[in-house]
Design a protein around this ligand. Structure first.
Ligand SMILES: *Cc1c(COP(=O)(O)O)cnc(C)c1O
Length: 405
């Protein structure tokens, strides 16, 4: 008997492949659909149909912005499409240094360092700063890339109940005073859209002498009057030690970064493996990201419009009777319950040209399945009303909302 054919690996694959197959058979498979065109007003072309896009992280509608496209094209003309390898050796270009200066300026930090993705950034930064004997204290709903970085670091991995500052303090009290420790949280949580209790977390980090790292994937361009993120939102500049962000969401490129004190950034530049052993960002992507930060500051109406759209969307869904949980941001969960309900709602919405996606177990606990809809600055008022009406009709048909109302 060949045990390789029927081992735990085969079982793991079989489980997933069966799930995918079953969903496809029932016309309930909504993942990996190619978006073949992006049009104005937050609209996209999917399988030949124009749909309102409510699953985009391009919060400020910057994908395709003429200035950003032009910067990317100019970089290709000047440098070509690739780098010569890793930054440390021949891969550094002037555009990388410019980008890192732009990020540091935008984030109100002394310096910044970039990596090839946000995922790689969390993995490498957390595992470089922390090692055996240290402690990492992480919110239970932190992004997978943070969790993976914590596991990889070899530090004691301590988790606290989501956004519960009493739980965080209880954990911090148990940790030896002299131990190296970093508290890590998302600023805005990617499944629920809620904001971390930042003032209290900062206070606890100061009280217990822990460094603070915040992942701002969903708050840059979203929180704060000028979109600079959670410090601006709470009026507390310069309190985060390690400001992490991605270049793939509000910033229409790819890559990740951390910003902070020069000493931390210089250390990471010489010690983090994703910097030393992985190729530099391609010139076009670095140039696009660099230009995007400038566009955000030059076009402040985008942050204002995102805020107005967010209010319209959250309030409109609540008024229609939906539970949007604790969101205060552009990520808007529509709580439904069972996985099947979330799939059926998605099917109805997509058949009516509203592109939303379901979030089901194991990404969220069973019974907490939902639609997760995002609004952006690209949406127009009437489009958002239409999308909410489609979701409302589906909710009535599926018995989520009272059908009489
Ligand atoms: C998307 C995301 C990342 C990963 O960023 P990529 O640049 O897409 O790799 C990290 N953290 C959070 C909270 C995210 O939402």
């Amino acid at each position: 008997m060949d045990f390789r054919q029927n081992d735990a690996i085969a079982k793991r694959m079989e489980f997933m492949l069966n799930r995918v197959q079953t969903l496809k058979e029932h016309d309930l498979y909504f993942y990996n659909q190619p978006v073949s065109e992006i049009r104005g007003g937050g609209r996209v072309l999917v399988k030949g149909r124009e749909m309102g896009m409510y699953a985009s992280y391009s919060y400020l509608g910057l994908i395709g912005h003429p200035r950003i496209n032009a910067a990317a094209k100019a970089a290709v003309d000047r440098y070509g499409t690739g780098t010569h390898g890793v930054r440390t050796l021949a891969g550094s270009l002037p555009i990388h240094e410019e980008l890192e200066e732009t990020i540091a300026h935008f984030r109100g930090a002394e310096a910044a360092v970039t990596y090839s993705s946000g995922y790689a950034t969390n993995l490498t930064v957390i595992s470089t700063l922390l090692g055996r004997g240290d402690y990492v204290i992480s919110d239970k709903l932190n992004h997978a890339s943070i969790v993976d970085g914590c596991l990889m670091s070899g530090a004691k991995f301590v988790r606290f109940k989501h956004n519960d500052m009493e739980a965080l303090e209880a954990r911090l009290k148990e940790i030896p005073a002299e131990a190296g420790k970093i508290v890590i949280a998302d600023s805005v949580f990617s499944m629920d859209g809620d904001i971390i209790d930042f003032p209290k977390m900062v206070e606890l980090c100061q009280k217990y002498h822990a460094r603070l790292m915040v992942d701002e994937a969903h708050s840059v361009g979203v929180l704060g009057k000028t979109g600079r993120g959670i410090e601006e939102h709470f009026g507390m500049p310069g309190v985060i030690d390690i400001k992490m962000g991605t270049l793939s969401k509000t910033i229409p490129s790819v890559g990740g970064y951390v910003a902070g004190k020069s000493e931390i950034i210089t250390f990471l530049r010489h010690a983090s493996r994703a910097y030393i052993f992985s190729a530099a960002l391609p010139p076009a992507q670095a140039a696009a990201a660099n230009e995007a930060f400038k566009v955000i500051l030059d076009e402040p109406w985008r942050v204002e419009k995102l805020n107005a759209n967010t209010q319209q969307f959250i309030n409109g869904l609540k008024a229609r009777g939906f539970d949007t949980m604790l969101t205060e941001t552009a990520i808007v969960p529509v709580l439904l319950g069972e996985d099947e309900t979330a799939f059926a709602m998605t099917q109805h919405a997509q058949h009516h040209d509203v592109f939303v996606l379901p979030v089901v177990s194991p990404a969220v606990p069973q019974g907490l399945a939902r639609l997760r809809a995002t609004v952006t600055a690209a949406h127009e008022y009437d489009e958002i009303e239409y999308a909410m009406n489609v979701i409302e009709t589906a909710g009535r048909e599926l018995g989520i909302l009272d059908s009489k109302a």
